[in-house]
Design a protein around this ligand. Sequence first.
Ligand SMILES: [Zn+2]
Length: 296
Amino acid sequence: MDHTSTSSFEAVLGIPEFVGYVFVFMIGACIGSFLNVVIYRVPNEVSLLPGSACPNCKAHIRFYHNIPVFGWLMLGGKCSSCRQPITWRYPAVELLTAVVFLLTVSQLGLTPFLPVALVFVSAMLALIFIDCDHMILPNVITYPLFIFVLAVRIIFPIVFTNSYFSDITSPATVHLFGYPPWLMSLIAALFGAIVGGGSLWLVGAIWKLLRGVDAMGFGDVKMMFAVGALLGWRLTILTIFLGAFTGAVIGSVVVMRQKEKDFQTQIPFGIFLGIGSIVSLLFGDRMIGWYLDRFM
Ligand SMILES: [Zn+2]
């Protein structure tokens, strides 16, 4: 997944890079605004359709106050009718999504794969914050994401090229199988899903055997099916490594700050797997290449 000058804004749309990135930032902030709705409503099983209302006084929020980030600033972080504070997390999620969108475009370029990557990072951001709030990774996000990813891995080699998937672009794999590209891509996707979901399921099973407690729910397993299918086995192992590393660092900080040490504290591992999967998608191939050059 390398970004070349042929997929820049200048080359594809004939507009200056800067203008393109401003546009991407605005789209990212709007998607972030939608993700706020998803994060808030999906776990509570509320419909996504009706417009936003103040959770305190139920006053309808005017469209110009719904403008990402600026709406919140205009309101001074308070509801316009009841003056109840609106959490800073709303503009923060909008800003974060905009920044992740900028990174995604700068790393992958304007290619047919870009919309897929943007859907993927959006789903991961929603899962990260829902896991943070409720310690769940809802099926209504993980299942459709998995189906979407499988469809992409079948359709892309037929309509475009399989060069977007680093798990099947190595020439050795191509000659090894001799199957049509879409079938190879699907097999690689399923293998990645098993590596991702299977290894997490195994960790959970071993943990339960040793400690007698459920360390993680099946939400993580289902989430990693989708991650593994899109990223392939190499980037999936990197995702788990990055997730375990950041999870361990942040987990020990949390335990250290507790007055009564509680090592049974459940850690919403989906947060760290989500972060790891975004990093792997954007920088993973380069990280693995760097590591292999250095140490192999
Ligand atoms: Zn209000």
